[in-house]
Design a protein around this ligand. Structure first.
Ligand code: MN
Length: 510
């Protein structure tokens, strides 16, 4: 806490107590009856919200909102226990990114945040496996306090607080990192580290040409030189090990993810109510984001898809710049990030509040497949994501035949349903880089279930379904015997969707 500001409070109270009678001091008296200003917490003394500075966001035992300090300790211990002796782990913070010269809202690297909870850029952590009861020694590198810089960019966490709150054994300036790293990693035979994306790889691809043409964001760092000096036999990828831990969500993580999905789900319902023919897709995207922010979300988890009518046939339609017409459906794929965790929900609903008979028929077909698939998301079923996807093709094929489709080989998988059913979700929207789609689902995993049907206007498909794009996506927490739908707040049944659109459920658009 900042003692110089705290000391203002008695003076302020004494001043207001001395205030003359109300009839000649109305303005001061007005101030005196309002809440005492919160000088204790502003500006904060730390580089991120902590209970000490933001008691409205965190509880006393939490290091980041919803996640206790002990949980970060357990994550580090689980990681270090999974590695062989004589191992060291090195992680650096995500780089700051710029747009037209000004800074983006910074987001910490997911693995770094998962292990430390530390949200400042220009930081790094080293975990050295040892024989202590904790199992490792933790050194946190960061900028530390710098009053001149903090005056411009906001507060940073000091080294003492890095020890106290983030439980580092040692807290050092990031300036010392390259030299310290060089000596630390020389002691270990296994160095777990992920290299930053090198522009020199994939030299022949188009992407590398684009990178070549754009100016370098980060000049080659001393850090990269140190890391590249390691022999390839000692250098081991870290991300796959952390991915194994991140695949299983703790009870605290499940609660944060449920909250993220609730915020997004309620925002979907209210955006349905807000929709009317004539409104622009971008207004719906803006309304959704506004509602999420109002509920405490820090950012959206991805650029939303708000696709009206035939735009829904473009799976990654994000231009969101056309006008909603009467009689169309809107496919909205949107989710917020809340307290570090992503949510991902898609709903398809009628612009004017009522499905037409063919819209209702195709929607019901996708919905019954989607619900059957959700029911299979249990450890007891023993299915993998690949298995689930194959089943989604079977279910959708059966449903489509019932409503008059004649399907030839490849029609479903290549044309009507060209994407995969599911992906794991958590701190990242797609937590799938190191997950195996062939591995059977286990309790504690969170995945999306998102079958869709997109009917192009070609003669082989029934005309009354032409240009319909329907996807229904929920987030599902895999249970041992029962799945839990985290995104349950977003209306999905036809009656609920029409009720939400028409305001029958007491829903207000804001
Ligand atoms: Mn998704």
């Amino acid at each position: 806490m900042c003692s110089s500001f705290r000391s203002l409070l008695p003076a302020l109270r004494a001043f207001t107590a001395k205030c003359p009678p109300p009839q000649i001091c109305t303005s001061l008296r007005t101030y005196a009856t309002e809440a005492v200003p919160d000088f204790e917490h502003k500006p904060s003394h730390y580089g991120q919200p902590l209970f000490q500075s933001h008691p409205h966001l965190l509880r006393p035992h939490e290091l980041t909102p919803g996640i206790p300090s002990e949980e970060y300790e357990r994550r580090r211990k689980d990681l270090m226990d999974s590695l062989p002796s004589n191992s060291v782990v090195v992680l650096i913070a995500a780089p700051v990114k710029y747009m037209s010269g000004s800074i983006y809202k910074y987001r910490q690297g997911s693995d770094f945040w998962y292990l430390t909870g530390f949200e400042e850029p220009d930081s790094a952590v080293v975990l050295e496996k040892n024989a202590s009861s904790r199992g490792y020694r933790m050194t946190l590198f960061s900028n530390g306090k710098d009053s001149a810089k903090e005056k411009w960019d906001g507060p940073r966490t000091g080294f003492d607080d890095a020890l106290n709150f983030f439980k580092a054994d040692d807290a050092l300036t990031i300036k010392a990192f390259p030299a310290q790293l060089r000596s630390m990693i020389s002691l270990y035979s296994n160095v777990y580290i992920d290299l930053p994306q090198s522009p020199r790889k994939n030299a022949r691809s188009t992407k590398s040409l684009l990178r070549y043409l754009s100016p370098p964001v980060n000049p080659r760092s001393e850090y990269e030189t140190v890391v590249e000096s390691l022999s390839s036999s000692r250098r081991k990828p870290l991300a796959p090990h952390i991915a194994q831990l991140r695949a299983f969500k703790s009870v605290c993580e499940q609660q944060v993810m449920r909250m993220a999905a609730d915020i997004s789900g309620r925002s979907h319902a209210k955006t349905m109510r807000f929709t009317r023919p004539g409104i622009s897709e971008s207004a719906l995207a803006a309304h959704f984001e506004y509602l999420c922010s109002l509920s405490g979300s820090q950012r959206l988890a991805y650029v939303p898809v708000v696709a009206s009518g035939p735009n829904a046939l473009i799976i990654h339609y994000t231009s969101n710049n056309q006008v909603v017409q009467d009689g169309e459906m809107i496919l909205m794929d949107a989710g917020c990030e809340y307290n570090g965790y992503a949510s991902d929900i898609t709903r398809t609903y009628p612009a004017n509040g009522s499905f037409t008979p063919p819209q209702r028929e195709l929607y019901s077909a996708v919905l019954s497949a989607q619900k059957a698939l959700v029911g299979l998301c249990t450890e007891a079923e023993g299915l993998s994501l690949h298995d689930l996807h194959r089943k989604s093709c079977d279910f959708l094929r059966r449903e489509l035949k019932q409503i008059g489709f004649t399907l030839h080989t490849g029609d479903l998988e290549r044309v009507l349903y060209p994407h995969f059913l599911s992906h794991p979700i958590g701190i990242d929207l797609h937590e799938s880089s190191y997950s195996d789609r062939g591995e059977s689902l286990k309790a504690g995993m969170v995945i999306t279930v998102e079958p869709g049907i997109y009917v192009p206007p070609t003669a082989q498909f029934p005309k009354h379904f032409h240009n319909f794009g329907i996807r229904i996506e929920d987030e599902v927490l895999v249970g041992e015997k029962h799945p839990v739908v985290l995104s349950v707040s977003a209306p999905k049944e036809i009656a609920d969707i029409e009720g939400a659109c028409q305001g029958l459920l007491g829903l207000e658009p804001i």
